[in-house]
Design a protein. Structure first.
Length: 216
């Protein structure tokens, strides 16, 4: 029995290592297929679609079929989101450089305002892909929902940033793993906390609805 249990655990471990490696390979190939610029965001969305199925206990779903279907279906929309995120990031960085050249109280106020926008940008960046694959939302509602969920769950934002830093440090110590697992492992970590945040928000919404129905 002990040997059988160890063999089973070993098999499952190897299977998940293979899955993470295979998913990251697909991310690399399809990012390159989109000439990097046009392939990066659709491939990232596709990775999140796959890891969402894993987290939703649908581990038997075909990795390639899910990835390719999502990549093809969301190619245009996801590139639009990627373009907006890139423009916002560029504006934030540009503002910081401009503010550094400005003297006085006005520069300090602009710095605070730009920093607040940067914080909102980080929150949206953490949740935009999980929200994208979990909910069927219009283009603009994706950004608003990602921001609202992040602001309602600051502890999940902190924990997500913490685990990203931890995983990043692990890749720093073992850089040889980066070409094989980086995108899939990071997506799984972010998706895990995002789904918990979604469940937390949905429970709050149900509670508010129940209270409203009782009040009426």
């Amino acid at each position: 029995m002990q040997v059988s249990w160890m063999s089973s655990r070993f098999y499952l471990t190897c299977e998940w290592i293979w899955r993470f490696g295979y998913l990251h390979l697909l991310w690399l190939l399809f990012t390159l297929a989109g000439l990097i610029i046009f392939g990066l965001t659709p491939a990232t969305v596709a990775v999140f679609a796959v890891v969402r199925k894993w987290r939703m206990k649908d581990a038997d779903a075909s990795v390639f079929t899910t990835f390719f279907h999502t990549y093809k279906k969301e190619f245009v929309k996801s590139n639009g989101i990627g373009l907006i995120m890139l423009i916002v990031a560029a504006v934030i960085i540009f503002n910081y450089f401009m503010i550094r050249t400005m003297p006085g109280l006005g520069a300090d106020l602009l710095f605070v305002g730009n920093s607040l926008i940067a914080i909102f940008f980080v929150v949206v960046s953490l949740f935009i892909f999980p929200v994208y694959v979990h909910y069927q939302l219009s283009f603009l509602k994706l950004f608003r929902t990602a921001l609202v969920i992040g602001l309602m769950n600051p502890h999940f934002v902190f924990l997500t940033l913490l685990i990203i830093a931890f995983v990043g440090y692990g890749f720093y110590l073992l850089p040889g793993l980066i070409p094989f697992f980086s995108s899939s492992v990071l997506a799984m970590c972010v998706m895990w906390f995002a789904l918990n945040a979604f469940n937390h928000v949905e429970k709050k919404q149900r509670k508010w609805q129940e209270e409203e129905s009782i009040g009426n």
